[in-house]
Design a protein around this ligand. Structure first.
Ligand code: R5P
Length: 311
């Protein structure tokens, strides 16, 4: 078994390697003057069960191309099995036609990964469950919920006023699963999007007066969804609002927006490498999913069940 890491999230890959007590396979990824990528794997991988760790996060296209080129290099180097480990699967939000003459880019990216030569995929908290079916190879979609629920228990659970909030109708089943796990009540924000990147809260379903609200979402990108929800929940009488999110995309002015918002804190996983702004933020805390992903890799390599990780 070999572990190989692309450049998107070396910190997480190193933590996974530490969990598995395995070194990262030596490899070079270089850029030519025109930005074309070059990959060379500096160790023998013939006949190996290889796990290639790469989030297709910002810059999404560079990281995706790096992933595809690494898979190609591994295939040509006769690896026995290649598992693409995608802690964050970018392009997931384009999982359906948004209108006439528009693509389904999540399906295209799934095809590219498969055609490049991946034998299986290990990912976490896909934006929608059906994306799993876009891959015609075995795909395990881990849930960060057990890790995040544990953190909530540690920091909030003694409070009877705890309320889990879905920031939009699409996220209700995810938020309900967390609320059930914590034995907490559920509220729902009725969000509308007027344009990509712009959102507006229309209504709050549920009585949040005097409650400690935790907004639970899969992605924080520009931060509008969370920050608008926090303002609306405080206006509706919530005593405080925090947020737990699986993937901290945090693009543009998101960190500044979170800092200036009504949110008490924002907790994200390390599926995407935290940049200096995130590391320097007093409101943003990062929890590690390295043990979760490391354990899933160990189980896949040993042909053991991974479903225990959903408990
Ligand atoms: C949308 O369906 C997702 O679950 C997130 O709510 C959304 O991507 C967050 O985006 P932003 O932070 O830009 O509002």
């Amino acid at each position: 078994m070999k572990l190989l890491a692309g450049n998107s999230n070396r910190t997480l890959a190193t933590a996974i390697a530490k969990y598995l007590d395995l070194p990262l396979t030596k490899a070079q990824v270089r850029k030519f003057a025109d930005n074309e990528l070059f990959v060379a794997i500096d160790e023998n991988v013939r006949g190996e069960d290889v796990f290639l760790i790469q989030s297709t996060s910002f810059p999404a296209n560079d990281h995706l191309m790096e992933l595809l080129i690494c898979i190609d290099a591994l295939t040509r180097a006769s690896a026995k099995r290649i598992t693409a480990v995608l802690p964050y699967f970018g392009y997931a939000r384009q999982d359906r036609k948004m209108g006439g003459r528009t693509p389904i880019s999540a399906k295209l990216v799934a095809n590219l990964i498969t055609r490049a030569g991946a034998d299986r995929v290990l990912t976490m908290d896909l934006h929608s469950g059906q994306i799993q079916g876009f891959f015609d190879i075995p795909t395990d979609n881990l849930l960060a919920t057990p890790v995040l629920a544990e953190d909530i228990r540690e920091h909030y659970s003694k409070s009877k006023e705890l309320m889990i909030v879905s920031p939009d109708v699409g996220g209700v089943s995810r938020a309900r699963a967390l609320a059930d796990r914590l034995n907490a009540d559920l509220a729902i924000v009725d969000k509308r999007r007027s344009a990509p990147g712009q959102s507006e809260v229309m209504n709050i379903i549920g009585d949040v007066k005097g409650r400690r609200c935790i907004v639970f979402d899969d992605i924080v990108d520009g931060g509008g969804t969370l920050c608008n929800a926090a303002t609306a929940l405080i206006d509706a009488g919530a005593s405080e609002v925090s947020a737990y999110v699986s993937h901290g995309v945090l693009s543009g002015q998101a960190v500044e927006r979170v800092e200036a918002s009504a949110l008490k804190e924002l907790v994200v996983t390390n599926s995407i490498e935290a940049d200096d702004r995130v590391k320097g933020s007093e409101k943003i805390r990062v929890v590690s999913v390295a043990p979760l992903i490391g354990e899933a890799i160990r189980r896949i390599a040993n042909e053991e069940s991974v479903s225990k990780l959903f408990d």
